[in-house]
Design a protein around this ligand. Structure first.
Ligand code: SAM
Length: 344
């Protein structure tokens, strides 16, 4: 049955979220200009106009609402805890001066000073996005979601949810209670929550290297049927061969060096069952939308993203095919793309 009310609710929620986060994005940019004398990096490659960006966002939000109308997943729940959200927003602004200081002094090593850092790979113990504590502090885990939504004008959730459609298609005709899904680099568990709400019967596992982010994920999932959360390196996952029907990885690949990206892909192929589904969501790459390449050029300069430039021109197609993950479909979702693959 078509859920027109659900569609309207989803559209209205996305419109409110966009207005709020676009406002935060504007305020953060203004505050950054005030605190930092450095001129903003101007890319040489073309950038989309504001109206082009808005039109694309509208298309993403419409697709998100249509998926709700078609019953692929339920409408996004109303935001819980306004006071808590405002506290996180304040904390994001309070953290800005130290973020800018790190950017100016090119010091991206506050994470190295964390107790866990010694046992972790060097590529990981950097302050991605100049975040205080990198991925290793509780504060960083608290700020992550509000920072990401601010960066993406409130569209991060809708970009992730674009990955629910291929999962729904894969599960059609299957008993989801007999299926296992692994979200690699689950972070604070936002996508796991979307998955749990859409497919309540699935066996869910989330894996990440950061205990602080896993603790945040645990809190985000606390009122739902439990998922197994594992602290582990995606390069060597403590999971048996062919144990997963579905594997997802959202916003991970651009943060990995090229050779690690390949090791993680091989691990994903190893733990997937034959015929299993892999859904990879990450940034657009150079040439995906040529008029937008300037955004991809500027991103790693404005934010500490040491492996993004390599990611942006990496041959993901060949990498995935060589790992035994055959191409099914690739779709754009605003600044992201959703690559759907099946293990052959
Ligand atoms: C940009 S965040 C994305 C988090 C989440 N998937 C999302 O949608 O917001 C990248 C995540 O990858 C995790 N990560 C990076 N390298 C990893 C590795 N080698 N093994 C496991 N997790 C890793 C980080 O701890 C962080 O939570």
């Amino acid at each position: 049955m078509s859920d027109t009310l659900g569609m309207a609710t989803q559209l209205a929620g996305n419109a409110v979220r966009f207005s709020w986060y676009a406002g935060l994005n504007w305020l953060l940019a203004r505050e950054t200009r005030r605190l930092s004398p450095r001129p903003r990096y101007s890319p040489e490659r073309p950038v989309p106009s504001e109206s082009e960006l808005r039109a694309d966002l509208r298309a993403l939000f419409l697709a998100d609402a249509a998926a709700v109308r078609d019953g692929l997943y339920p409408p996004k729940e109303p935001a819980a805890g306004l006071a808590e959200h405002l506290r996180d927003v304040r904390a994001m602004f309070a953290d800005l001066p130290s973020t800018i200081e790190r950017r100016q002094s090119e010091d991206t090593h506050s994470a190295v000073r964390h107790a866990d850092a010694g046992s972790l790979p060097d590529y990981y113990t950097q302050d991605f996005h100049f975040q205080t504590g990198g991925y290793l502090s509780e504060e960083s885990a608290k700020l992550y979601d509000v920072q990401v939504e601010t960066l993406f004008y409130g569209a991060a959730g809708a970009m992730r949810r674009a990955g629910l459609k291929p999962i729904a298609a894969f599960l059609r005709g299957r008993d989801q209670r007999r299926c296992a899904l692994l979200d690699v680099a689950c972070g604070t568990g936002r996508f796991l929550r979307d998955i749990r709400l859409a497919f309540p019967g699935l066996g869910l596992t989330g894996l990440d290297l950061s205990q602080s982010y896993l603790d945040a994920a645990q809190a985000h999932l606390a009122d739902l049927r439990p998922a197994t959360l594992l602290r582990a390196n995606a390069e060597a996952m403590p999971l048996p061969d062919a144990s997963q029907d579905i594997v997802t990885a959202v916003f991970l690949y651009h943060e990995l060096p090229g050779e690690v990206r390949r090791r993680v892909t091989a691990e994903i192929a190893r733990v997937l069952k034959p015929g299993g589904l892999f859904v990879l969501i990450d940034s657009l790459q150079m040439g995906d939308r040529p008029g937008w390449d300037g955004l991809l050029e500027a991103f790693p300069v404005r934010f500490h993203e040491p492996y993004f430039a390599h990611y942006a021109t990496d041959d993901l197609e060949t990498m995935l095919t060589d790992a035994g993950l055959a191409s099914c479909e690739t779709a754009h979702a605003f600044l992201s793309k959703v690559m759907v693959r099946r293990k052959s």
